[in-house]
Structures are given as C-alpha cells and as structure tokens.
Design a protein around this ligand. Structure first.
Ligand code: BT5
Length: 241
C-alpha cells in the first residue's frame, strides 16, 4: 500500500456511538489509511462535544492516519478533509467553500463538519460528517443542507465515498510530499470568509473584525480597527456579520 493511500481497508458498521471513538480504539492495530464508516451514529460529536446529527443516509466516517510530520503540522490535517470534501462536491456539480477552520458550506449552509483528534507520534483521526441523503433535523433546517437537497435527487453513498477517498488520498499525499504550505495555499483559495466581516466567539469572548488571511501555521488573521489578530484553531465559533 502506498503510504498515502486512504481507504484500502474499510470497516463498515451498522451503528456506532461515534466513528471517531471507534477509530481511536483500533488505531494502534490497523494500518494507516484505514477508514471506519457507520450507517448511523448514536452519539456523533462535533467540537467541544457538541452534537452532530448522524441519521441514516449521510456519510459518517473516520480515517486513521499516522503521519510522520512535525507537531505543529498536525492541526492542519483538518484542512485535508475540507479540501477533499470541496473537490468531491465539485465533482457532483456542487460549488462549496471552506469556512475556516473545520466546516464546508454551500450557499450559507453547512453541509459538512470535520473533527480531528489524536495522539501525537501515534495516530491522528480525521472524522468527516457529510450530509448526503440524510434528513436534516428541523432545528438545523435554517443552517444546514445536504447533497440531496441541493441536487434534488438521491446520490449513491458509495459513489460519494469513492470520490471522497480518492480526493483524500490526493490531498494527503500533497500534505506529506509538498508540505503544509501547499495545503494552506489551497485552503486560502477555497475559504469564502476571507475579505468578510466576521465575529469570533472564543470562551465567551467576542471579537469582530475582517478576516484577511490564513497564516502559514493555519491561524486566521483578523483585522480589527485597532490590531491585526491571529486566531488559532481551537474551539472558536465564527459567524459572518
Ligand atoms: C463539527 O463540529 O462540525 C464537526 C463534526 C464532525 C462529525 C464527524 S461524523 C464522523 C465523525 N464521528 C464523530 O463523532 N464526529 C465526526 P462543530 O464545528 O462543533 O459543529 C457542530 C455544530 O454543527 C452543532 O452544534 C450544530 O449546530 C451543527 N450540526 C450538527 N449536526 C449537523 C449536521 N448533520 N449538518 C450540519 N450541521 C450540523
């Protein structure tokens, strides 16, 4: 297996609490690139244990990675997922963009969320939740969308999976071979919040400013009337103003 090939081994589950939890448990025993997929998750998670709606029909998956890169490059793995999802959606005729740091949006609605976790030096888990044919819960109707809603028809989950695995392998290879700057520069092109006024909420603190750049380390550069601030990934919420 090529070092960067993702999806040679796929574990299909009917139901699981969270594919990220499952992947973490088996990570040390499986080869790099192993994918865990569940038809539905009973405790799908976002950041800070926020709930991730994962009914049947969506693509809920986690990839076990074992990249030999510097510690500071690990947080950038989230971007590999986001870029692969944007490219996959494009192949289905959907124009999507990245909402820094971990979401993919289409027309002002979230279609995909990404959650990376791991242990440095051992493994990284890249968890991807993509709304395909699943229903969107009523409370998220104003803020979330799916491939089915956008295309007006169901899409083959396997077809989406295959396309996504191919794009993930490609972006992972770029990350390993050309380095994280190649990934960051692609993210900048796809990040639709650059140039926009945003509000960042971090630990109850609100910061408003214009998102002007993504720095080499992946931080968002925010211009406020007084300063230029760097917002590190972490658990920030970002809203367009
Ligand atoms: C995320 O968190 O966006 C990361 C979601 C990662 C889900 C995948 S599924 C496979 C793997 N296994 C897991 O257990 N997780 C990963 P965050 O940025 O914290 O956003 C969470 C917020 O997104 C919630 O508070 C809701 O507002 C919204 N949300 C929940 N379910 C959604 C859905 N299906 N589609 C769109 N938005 C959703």
């Amino acid at each position: 297996m090529l070092h960067s090939e993702i999806g040679k081994g796929v574990i299909y589950l009917k139901e699981v609490s969270s594919t990220n939890d499952y992947a973490k448990k088996i990570a040390s025993e499986v080869p790099e690139g192993t994918v865990v997929i569940a038809k539905k998750q009973t405790k799908g998670r976002g950041r800070k244990n926020r709930e991730w709606a994962s009914p049947e029909g969506g693509l809920w998956m986690s990839i076990v990675l074992k990249p030999q890169v510097k510690r500071e490059d690990i947080p950038k793995i989230v971007f590999i997922g986001a870029l692969a999802v944007v490219d996959t959606l494009a192949e289905f005729g959907i124009k999507a963009g990245i909402k820094w740091p971990n979401d993919v949006w289409v027309d002002n609605k979230k279609i995909c969320g990404i959650l990376t976790e791991g242990k440095f030096g051992e493994f990284a888990i890249l968890g991807i939740g993509l709304n395909v044919n699943n229903i969107i819960p009523p409370e998220l109707e104003g803020s979330a969308t799916s491939m089915k809603l956008l295309l007006g028809r169901e899409v083959g989950l396997n077809e989406v999976l295959e396309t996504l695995l191919r794009n993930l392998s490609r972006w992972y290879r770029i990350f390993l071979e050309r380095g994280s700057l190649a990934v960051i520069s692609a993210v900048k092109e796809k990040c639709f919040i650059l140039g926009k006024e945003v509000k960042i909420i971090e630990d109850g603190r609100e910061i408003r400013g214009r998102a002007v750049d993504i720095a080499d380390d992946g931080a968002l550069v925010l211009e406020t009337p007084r300063d230029k601030l760097r917002i590190l990934y972490g658990d920030v919420s970002l809203r367009l103003e």
